[in-house]
Design a protein around this ligand. Structure first.
Ligand code: ADP
Ligand code: MG
Length: 484
């Protein structure tokens, strides 16, 4: 069967309409905008796309739909053939179907096309440069494996990251994706950038291309690419890398970005490329992602980095001092000061770095040596008070009742005799100062009282404690009993 050119074009136009409504506008633009009709011959439709990647993508994910859209247009169609057309010049963005007769393409089955020029440009650009076509996120030269200190809390994450970094192109991928999660300042970015540096450093094993992107950059890159109609270039470029590293995945937002992320993830993993991800929570807690993505993320190796132990904090501090010494030879931090910092700055790695920076600045500006006293003064605000022990309202009621020799139900009752009123007020005051409960909640827990009653009690005891030493001692004693 051979049909006239005009008819062919009509079928083609209607087919595209069907496909567009079948897959949705976003996906249509992303994957099919540059698909052209070659010819319709017998029961087979021949179409072309500009790149190999696009061809295999469409075949892998959309073959059935493309065929069925053709069949609803022309029931006699039994097969669909897709081939890669040769690009003699860099392909223009989404072209009109009338360009079908363009001499640019080869017959179906011809040798695969050379990669499009924009793809090559991206693939050879140094990935660490922050403004190549893909917009890799900037890397901090200090965040390498050499400066990463290991301890109990991060051994596994570190080992896995090393393993990934040492892989060569074509090696079997052991865990994919590698998913690292931890709270703020516990070294996620450090580890991810170390992987990136290791992969991209000159002469590194197997010259793999590693791309480091924050989730925001991923979103931005994709959205920007869509706007400038180079979404394909973006996807092609993603395909040109061996290891994709995505930091702060919890920030990935928006339906179409997410489905794009999902596609990218699947495509890379299926193609045996390594994916490394960091986030502040485990995959199961990424509420905004859909189930399929979450399970894909959880399907590799998920490693948590726990908070930095004191030993690890000390080691990090030492390595920071050492690093500072390369530029400031006279700078030194005595061991007792390091111990003090490691013991008191417990929150995260960023504060440790901040502390050393302050000591350095202070000792340079004042040309003085670092002392314990100076350290205490300089880092005061970085020191978190020891977390107070969690105190329960029941415990408060029990301890107070015992102290004043009343029963717990007296405290909760509506009795207003003096021997119950005062202990009740003290208990409410302690509930307010030792727990994070709100006034209404405290009121509820004290026999369903109003929050203004609680507020009144708190103010009353505050005022009394300020002038009544024996009450103040009593309250102190109660606090100590509750907190020890
Ligand atoms: P995250 O990305 O998890 O919030 P970062 O990787 O940005 O944390 O780490 C915060 C700071 O703490 C950085 O300066 C980093 O170099 C340092 N840091 C954290 N963990 C380590 C470690 N194990 N060894 C050396 N430095 C660390
Ligand atoms: Mg980070």
């Amino acid at each position: 069967m051979t049909i006239s050119q005009n008819h062919e074009q009509d079928h083609w136009a209607r087919f595209k309409g069907r496909l567009r409504s079948n897959v949705g506008e976003d996906f249509y633009t992303s994957w099919f905008a540059r698909m052209d009709l070659e010819r319709i011959h017998d029961d087979c439709v021949h179409m072309t796309v500009p790149t190999k990647f696009l061809k295999s993508w469409i075949q892998a994910h959309y073959a059935d739909r493309v065929l069925s859209c053709w069949q609803s247009e022309m029931p006699e169609v039994k097969r669909v053939e897709l081939s890669v057309r040769t690009a003699l010049r860099s392909p223009a963005p989404a072209r009109d179907a009338r360009a079908t007769q363009d001499a640019r393409r080869t017959e179906p089955g011809a040798a695969p096309a050379r990669p499009a020029t924009e793809l090559r440009a991206v693939a050879t650009a140094p990935v660490s440069a922050s403004h190549d076509a893909l917009g890799g996120s900037p890397l901090d030269p200090r965040l390498t494996f050499a400066t990463f200190v290991t301890g109990r809390s991060n051994t596994l994450a570190h080992a896995a990251a090393r393993q990934v970094a040492e892989g060569r192109r074509g090696d079997p991928v052991m865990f994919n994706p590698l998913y690292i999660h931890a709270g703020v300042g516990l070294g996620k970015t450090h580890l991810l950038q170390a992987v990136t540096w290791a992969g991209n450093s000159a002469g590194a094993a197997g010259e793999r291309k590693v791309l480091y992107l924050t989730a925001e950059k991923f979103m931005y890159g994709f959205v920007a690419a869509l706007k400038s109609q180079t979404a394909l270039a973006f996807k092609e470029a993603l395909r040109g890398i061996d290891v994709l590293v995505i930091d702060d995945l919890q920030f990935l937002q928006g339906k179409s970005t997410q489905s794009e992320f999902c596609h990218t993830l699947n495509a890379l993993i299926d193609a045996g490329r390594q994916v490394v991800i960091a986030a502040d929570r485990p995959p199961s807690d990424l509420e905004s992602l859909d189930d399929r993505v979450r399970s894909r993320l959880a399907g590799g190796l998920v490693v948590e980095m726990a908070s930095l132990g004191e030993e690890l904090r000390l080691e990090i501090l030492k390595s920071r001092v050492l690093a500072a010494k390369t530029h400031h030879a006279a700078f030194d931090v005595p061991a007792p000061v390091l111990d003090y910092l490691a013991r008191t700055i417990t929150h995260n790695g960023r504060d440790l770095e901040g502390a050393i920076n302050r000591l350095l600045a202070h000792s340079k500006l004042n040309a003085t040596a670092v002392t314990l006293e100076m350290a205490e003064r300089e880092v005061r605000d970085l020191v978190r008070p020891m977390e107070p022990k969690r105190v329960k309202i029941e415990d408060i009621q029990r301890v107070v009742a015992r102290q004043y020799n009343v029963s717990r139900s007296d405290l909760l009752s509506s009795r207003r005799t003096a021997n119950v009123v005062r202990p009740r007020q003290v208990a409410m005051y302690l509930a307010k100062t030792l727990t994070l409960r709100s006034l209404p909640e405290i009121g509820r827990r004290f026999g369903g009282r109003d929050h203004t009653t609680v507020l009144h009690a708190v103010r009353k005891i505050e005022a009394l404690v300020a002038k009544d030493i024996s009450l103040s001692d009593e309250v102190e004693l109660l606090k100590r009993q509750l907190q020890d």
